[in-house]
Design a protein around this ligand. Structure first.
Ligand code: ARG
Length: 413
């Protein structure tokens, strides 16, 4: 047996990542029945609804233990802080809200599995998404001896069969929704049902974090975000720990319809899918941060940063949080954010968070150089020599091309 492979025997004790929904509830019973194994559940509170009820639900279903861990501050301090510094967005729009939570869940799962001496970790993801990849790459990287179980890939149950299985096993079947939803402090992801038609506008009743922009207030609201070394530390002058700041801003920006992202994205497993996100605080903070960062950095830093940000976001989206490159990139992000300190004014209005002002003692912006007014200190005559040298190769290349191109004859005067 290779050291990279878990033992190839049926598990005796399984730690199930439990959301409290129908799939993972059925899984408690299914694992017990298939493997005659003991099931312990783990639920992380990351700002979503339903986490506190998960404990009782799991125990009622026969789990031998049910852990519910409040990881909200940890999520904000160690994951959201990094994504803010990295301007984390996948394919120009998705703030990685679901993706960022997965490595944290995997880390806690490995810890609890060790404590409980579980030999397998089970998750509720389907075989078509990114989340299975994220959980499994993280678990394999952190604990190659623990096996991973993904019942949905194997159990061959459609929705109706699953409901029948639930009823047979005394699992409460609530009112079923046509949507699949994942939510946390950084945002809410919604897919399936009518959203599978990429041409169809998302119905406004799907939103929970955001007021539909057309129903948002008719007057704009200004908000001021204070950053220190790349991290938001104050909101409208009040100092706040990151989780509370994000939560408060979700309320403020969501009230103005900010943060709806209708996104057709390329999944790791090759599929293209349409997902609708509502991420009011994420959209506002990321625009404010990126603006202040550009203001405080040189053109050269900004160019490299854009590339590093994209690479960082791809690693996170594609389940490679535990790759050493992500850690290397975070060191770069920290270094490049050292001077990103200042305030950003954002106007929230009818679905948009517009940055309308920024100020910083580290700005590379110099008013007396930029001004067209009397204080101007920029030596405009210096541009003449600069332009000759800057465009030298371009003009030589054009001259060469012209010399080789036959000139029109006959028409010349
Ligand atoms: N497409 C997003 C991602 O891969 C969200 C996945 C979960 N979405 C959901 N509605 N359950 O990160």
């Amino acid at each position: 047996m290779s050291v990279y492979e878990p033992k190839n025997t049926d598990p005796q004790k399984v730690l199930l990542l439990y959301s409290g929904g129908l799939d993972t509830s059925c899984m408690v019973k299914w694992i017990q029945q298939q493997y005659d194994a003991e099931v312990t559940t783990l639920t992380l509170y990351l700002g979503q609804d339903g986490a506190t009820e998960a404990r009782k639900k799991a125990l009622d279903l026969g789990a031998s233990r049910a852990y519910v861990l409040d990881c909200l501050d940890e999520f904000a301090d160690y994951y959201l802080s990094k994504t803010i510094k990295a301007n984390g967005l996948y394919q120009h729009g998705y703030p990685l809200s679901t993706a960022l939570a997965r490595p944290l869940v995997a880390e806690r799962a490995v810890e609890i599995a060790r404590m409980e001496e579980a030999d397998a970790i089970a998750h509720g993801c389907t075989g078509k998404g990114n989340d299975q990849v994220r959980f499994e790459v993280s678990i394999k990287s952190l604990a190659p001896d623990i096996s991973v179980m993904a019942p949905v890939r194997r159990w061959n149950m459609d929705r109706e069969t699953e409901k029948a299985f639930a009823r047979e096993n005394g699992i409460p079947v609530g009112p079923s929704s046509e949507y699949s939803v994942d939510a946390n402090l950084w945002g809410r992801s919604i897919e399936c049902g009518p959203l599978e038609d990429p041409y169809r506008e998302p119905p406004s009743e799907i939103f929970r974090y955001v007021v539909p922009p057309e129903m948002a207030p008719d007057a704009p609201e200004y908000t001021e975000i204070g950053f220190e070394s790349g991290l938001p530390v104050t909101l409208n002058g009040e100092e706040m720990r990151l989780a509370r700041l994000v939560d408060t801003l979700n309320g403020l920006a969501g009230h103005h319809g900010v943060g709806i992202i209708d996104h057709v994205e390329d999944r790791v497993v090759g599929l293209k899918s349409r997902e609708v996100y509502e991420c009011p605080a994420a959209v506002t903070l990321l625009s404010a941060h990126a603006d202040l960062e550009r203001f405080c950095s040189t053109i050269h830093q900004n160019e490299v940063k854009a590339f590093a940000d994209r690479k960082w976001s791809e690693l996170v989206y594609k389940g490679l949080w535990h790759d050493p490159l992500r850690v290397d990139l975070d060191a770069l992000m920290d270094s490049m954010n050292q001077g990103v300190t200042g305030k950003v004014r954002v106007k929230l209005f009818k679905g948009r968070a517009m940055v309308v002002g920024r100020v910083s003692e580290n700005a590379v912006y110099d008013h007396d150089l930029a001004t067209y007014g009397r204080e101007d200190v920029f030596d405009q005559t210096a541009s003449e020599g600069f332009i000759t040298i800057w465009g030298l190769q371009t003009s030589v290349a054009c001259r060469t091309k012209r010399a080789k191109t036959p000139q029109p004859v006959g028409d010349e005067v």
